[in-house]
Every structure is written in C-alpha cells, then in structure tokens.
Design a protein around this ligand. Sequence first.
Ligand code: BLA
Length: 308
Amino acid sequence: PRPLPLATTTSSAVVVRGSIEVKPLSYHKFLDSALDETRRRVQLRPSPLQESFSSLKGMDAKTDLHMLSFEAPKIRLLRGLHIDGGESLQVLDFAAFPRPEFDLPIFCANFFTASSTNIIVLDLNPLYDVITRVDYREKYYKALLPLAQKYTTLLPWGGKLTSESLRLFSPIVIWTRFASTPYMHDVLYSAFMDYYKAWLEIMDQATEEVDEVRISENQEAQHRYLTWRAEKDPGSQLLKKLIGNPSAKDLIKNFLFNGRQELGSKTFLDYFPEYQCEDGTINEKRSIMGKSFEDRPWDARGEFIGSL
Ligand code: BLA
C-alpha cells in the first residue's frame, strides 16, 4: 500500500452533481501556505521590488504571472513567481535568499507542470560546496537527512541532469519527474511544506555572523549562485516565449535573481571562465559539461557517491 501524504491535501475532490471532480493543480495554494508559515515565525515586510513586479499577462493572453516579494530580518529577499496557465501550464518558482550576515542555504522550489509532465527541483541549495566543505554539510544537512529519506522513495531521482547543477544542489535535494496525479501533487505539497519548514527552522536558529571576512564570503557565494542562475536557468526559454525577450530578461535579472548589482561586481565569466567563447562572449550553451548522474549521487548518510 502506498503511504499517505502527511500534510493537508491540495487536490480536494469535490462532489458535483453526484460525480467526483478533481480540482486541477494550482501552485497558488503552495505559495499561500508557505507565506502563512513564514508569518508565524517572522514579520514580513513587502520588498521594494513588489512595486515593479506584481503581475504580468502572457502574450498568449491566457497565462497569468503573479509575483510576490518580501524581506525579513534574516531574509534579504523572499520571492515567488506563480505562472498560471490553467490546466495546461503551472509553474512555481519560490526562493528565499538570506542576508549575507548568515551562511544559511538558499531555499529553492522550482516546479514545472505542463499537461501531465512535472519537472521538480526542491532543495536547500548550499552556499558552499558540500562535497569538499564537510563542515558546512554537517552544520546544515546532517540533521535533515531523515527528511530526504522520507521523500526520495516517493519522489525518486529524475535522471540525468545538467552536470553543473549538481554543484548547486545539496545531499537532500529532490530532483524528480513524474506524471500528474492528484496523489503525486499531494506528495509534492507535503514535501514542499516539510522542506520549507525545515528551512524556516534553521533560519530561526541562525546567529548573525560578525566577522567581516566571513560575511563577504557569504556574499560572494550568493552572488556566484545568482550569477549562474540568472544566466543559465532552464526556465528562461519558456519565460521568453511567454512574455517576450525584454520582459523575460528584466524578470530574471531584477526579480527572480535580484541582487547581482548589490552583492558583488564579478561577472559571469569571472566565475565560470570555461564559458568564454573565442570572441570573448558568453557561450550560449546551458552546460559545458553536458548531462550526467543517472542515479542519485548521494547516499543516505549524505556522502557524495557520484563521479565528477
Ligand atoms: C528542466 N529544470 C529543468 C531541469 C532542471 C531544472 C535540473 C532538467 C534539465 C537540466 O538538467 O537542466 C531546474 N536546475 C534547476 C534548478 C536549479 C538548476 C531549480 O540548476 C537550481 C540550482 N523550470 C523552472 C521555471 C520554468 C521551468 C521557472 O524552474 C519555466 C518558466 C521550466 N525546466 C523547465 C523546462 C524544462 C526544465 C521547460 C525542460 C526543458 C529543459 O530541460 O531545458
């Protein structure tokens, strides 16, 4: 028998005129619940970004994009994008970026649902390399390994992925693909809320760094992360198709991966020189290394078992 989802369900079946109709998936509820949970712990202030980014209409005239953004004492930016294209397209991109005084991981939920396909990444993205920096791995992920254990059987490894992505993922990452069913969306909702609560908990407990050197290391690590994602995120093609090139670039640079101006001055090629073309421009490829990691390269103890 399949284990039951643990949190409240998303796909409430409603009886309409004697027949059972299942409400289609919408990521609206995911965002709502995450914000409720955040407000239980911290006082959220609207981000100054909210004025410029609140909603957009897709060029197909039937897709809506909703943006929300906040700040909190330990959170530089908490932002969410919900793309609502009805039953044929639902996207959630929800992230929490800590202030540089904290070496907290970056909360990352990227859920793409089109017709019946789901492409899912859910993680507390590490600020530092968790393969070489065992201290960082132990500090944040050791206690969370049981959480990953709970979900990786229900949400198994999604197969080969852009190799560079793996360096941005943690030992508890959920990378999965599945065909839509109400049950799977309930499992996803459970995992999302459990992971987010885990992030809120470590955020609550985090103490502010006072060492200037450490603060600037945190700042550069976050800047490098933002620089990669603003340039190479797999979602950007679809965003360009939905809202056009200029608006998509603006959304990616100034909303989704906001902070590159303030947090540092290094360029993409400073961080990732292997992407430099002969004429000095950035290689358009999404990945130089190609795709790999057929199976989950982390074991149950959080040790890396893949080959780099
Ligand atoms: C595919 N999205 C993917 C894949 C990953 C991610 C791993 C599989 C293909 C690949 O390996 O690149 C997600 N990759 C991530 C995330 C990180 C990363 C979250 O490195 C973070 C560090 N996805 C979105 C959004 C959209 C989206 C907002 O997050 C659309 C607006 C779409 N993702 C999308 C699509 C695909 C995809 C269409 C399949 C097409 C493709 O592989 O390029």
